[in-house]
Design a protein around this ligand. Structure first.
Ligand code: NDP
Length: 308
């Protein structure tokens, strides 16, 4: 079997296209387009790339976007005061504080920041209020990555009702909300994590398998029920030649990317899974673009709610 590739890029484009008229309506009502404030602390290279993509996507969608950069040596109090300022700034409908924050800000820095974001502007869906609304299946902002996965499943007409969905990963931003959203779609959900016993056997029970682990090519064919729908949330940069050669031994085009750039992206799912799964999201081009599209959708929604 060769898995059908689920084209996240195309679905993300569809979602963004559908936002065009809504952006125009907000503009008419508020006298400005929906607008997002992004806070970036420090100079983590991956965060730089993510933020650049978010800025570009927002600009391309005709939305307002403002980047507030803070140096890595910033204090938590400074970050909190920026968030507080944006909470009260009527020019912005959404606030996003790019994660991860520098470790020097302390262990619970992100939690304190997410606690402070006004739930009406919490377009990343990371605040405890948003998390509670997701669990209770109420109107609110779901975290963009799991929300994007649901959009993909719906638009690809993949049935969830009555299916067994296995989610590997229990983070607050991906694993847990993913499980809640699948549950609301009437799947029977199992959540696995680093203490799960016999993970491959557990994963193999899944008609739908979501991998949100953060370990390159971790999910091998032995984790996958033949014909299952496999959603690869992971984004890992492989920077060692021996790792690239091991993972991509049978994929010369991916090895070529490594040779050219000195690194290559791989998800949490091994490429060999394509021979076992019925459908699979590629990396890159799967869940990543959907996450950004959902951020735009959440920001437009936040603006619509303000303009009602
Ligand atoms: P976290 O590190 O917060 O969580 C990882 C989860 O995986 C944890 O629950 C952990 O279990 C579990 N895990 C780790 N190792 C194992 C193992 N050996 N066996 C079973 N479970 C394991 O990561 P995130 O949820 O933030 O992100 C997951 C992945 O998704 C990353 O690759 C990240 O880059 C990517 N990502 C992609 C996005 C996109 O737009 N496509 C957006 C956000 C994230 P435990 O709780 O027991 O430690």
């Amino acid at each position: 079997m060769t898995a059908t590739l689920l084209d996240g890029k195309a679905v993300a484009q569809q979602i963004r296209d559908e936002l065009t008229s809504r952006v125009a309506n907000v503009k008419k009502k508020l006298g400005r387009p929906p607008a997002l404030a992004i806070v970036l602390v420090g100079d983590d290279p991956a965060s730089e790339v993510y933020v650049r993509n978010k800025l570009k996507t927002a600009e391309d969608a005709g939305m307002g976007v403002h980047l507030e950069r803070l140096p890595g040596a910033t204090t938590l109090a400074d970050v909190l005061s920026v968030v507080e300022r944006f909470n009260h700034d009527a020019r912005f409908d959404g606030i996003l504080v790019q994660s991860p924050l520098p470790k020097t800000l302390g262990k619970d820095a992100e939690q304190q920041v997410f606690d402070l974001i006004d739930p009406a502007k919490d377009v990343d869906g990371f605040s405890p209020i948003s998390a509670g609304r997701v669990v209770q299946n109420r109107e609110g902002f779901a975290p963009c990555t799991p929300a994007g996965v649901i959009e993909l499943l719906v638009r690809a007409k993949i049935q969830t009702e009555g299916k067994h969905a296995v989610v590997i990963g229990r983070s607050d931003i991906v694993g847990k909300p993913m499980a809640a959203l699948l549950l609301h779609k009437n799947a029977t959900v199992t959540i696995c994590h680093s203490r799960t016993r016999d993970l491959p056997a557990m994963a193999r029970e899944g008609d739908i398998l979501v991998a949100a682990i953060g370990r390159a090519a971790f999910v091998t064919p032995e984790f996958v029920k033949p014909g299952a729908v496999v959603i690869d949330v992971g984004i890992n940069s492989v920077t060692k030649l021996e790792d690239a050669q091991r993972i991509f031994a049978r994929y010369p085009d991916r090895l070529e990317v490594f040779r050219k750039r000195g690194s290559v992206l791989v998800g949490d799912v091994h490429p060999d899974v394509a021979a076992t799964a019925g459908a699979l999201t590629p990396v890159p081009g799967g869940v990543g673009p959907l996450t950004i599209a959902m951020l735009m959708a959440n920001t437009v929604r936040a603006a619509e709610l303000r303009s009602r």
